[in-house]
Design a binder for this molecule. Structure first.
Ligand code: SAH
Length: 241
């Protein structure tokens, strides 16, 4: 087993013997901030090829190179689960994306609902949060964060094969029904602080592929609800067992 303490995502093909050039930011981080030098071993992953122990073979302040020595882990794909959520305040939205990546969501999709306050998101920033979460939690996969889309439109184009776990605050306190459903492709849907509108609720309840569920006897904040729903889904239908 090769000892590596630092884990880095690189957007570069990885294979044993492969050299990987480092950009300015990565070089600054590894050699400046983390004080690594030639000969140090770093864990590398790119979201596609698994994880490799790579040796620093060139270290300069503004550039560098790593060479993959041994493969340490195969790519581990998360279950086919998307998280659809209505963006809330900036820090809480960042939290949702970070936790979704840690919890094993395959794709993270901000959706604009009727009561969503924010009309814009910083997709690049959210993607960077997902990447950092994968770096620190040992994930070999980085979920894509999509651009903000209107819930109406998302539902209009929906693939009926993908089930929706619709977290409906109107069911607060109702019995849990998730154990009655089966695996396959799924998405979790979490509303904004203001909840879902009656029109949205009516539409979702009428869809065959949407399953309205309760998240217990208390109303949770949207960020808590996202983590709770991911936990429940992973426990019943995901890769926890
Ligand atoms: N303001 C709303 C609550 C919104 S909570 C109200 O007072 O009714 C934000 C989101 O978290 C909800 O839209 C829902 O998707 C989810 N959520 C929170 N608590 C829940 C619960 N007990 N059951 C199901 N979903 C819940």
């Amino acid at each position: 087993m090769v000892e590596t303490k630092i884990r880095l995502f690189v957007d570069h093909p990885l294979a044993e013997g492969q050299t990987v050039p480092l950009d300015r930011d990565q070089s600054h981080y590894l050699f400046g901030v983390m004080r690594q030098g030639e000969g140090a071993m770093i864990a590398l992953f790119n979201g596609r090829d698994g994880e490799f122990a790579a040796e620093v073979t060139r270290a300069h302040k503004k550039a560098g190179e790593l060479t993959c020595r041994v493969k340490t882990r195969d790519l581990q794909m998360p279950p086919d689960l998307w998280l659809l959520f209505a963006p809330i305040k900036k820090a809480r939205t960042d939290f949702i994306v970070e936790k979704a990546a840690e919890m094993g969501a395959a794709k993270i999709c901000p959706v604009q609902t009727e009561f969503t306050n924010s009309e814009r998101i910083r997709q690049d920033r959210l993607q960077a949060h997902a990447l950092e979460a994968a770096e620190q939690c040992g994930g070999t996969y980085v979920p894509e964060v999509t651009g903000l889309e209107k819930l109406d439109r998302v539902l209009a184009d929906w693939d009926a094969e993908r089930q929706i776990m619709f977290c409906d605050e109107a069911l607060v306190g109702a019995a849990q029904t998730l154990s009655a459903v089966k695996g396959g492709k799924w998405a979790i849907l979490i509303g904004p602080e203001g909840g879902f509108s009656e029109a949205e609720r009516k539409r979702l309840h009428a869809l065959d592929f949407a399953h309205a569920v309760s998240l217990g006897p208390r109303i949770l904040r949207a960020d808590t609800a996202a983590v709770a729903a991911l936990t429940l889904w992973q426990e019943h239908l995901g890769d926890w067992s």
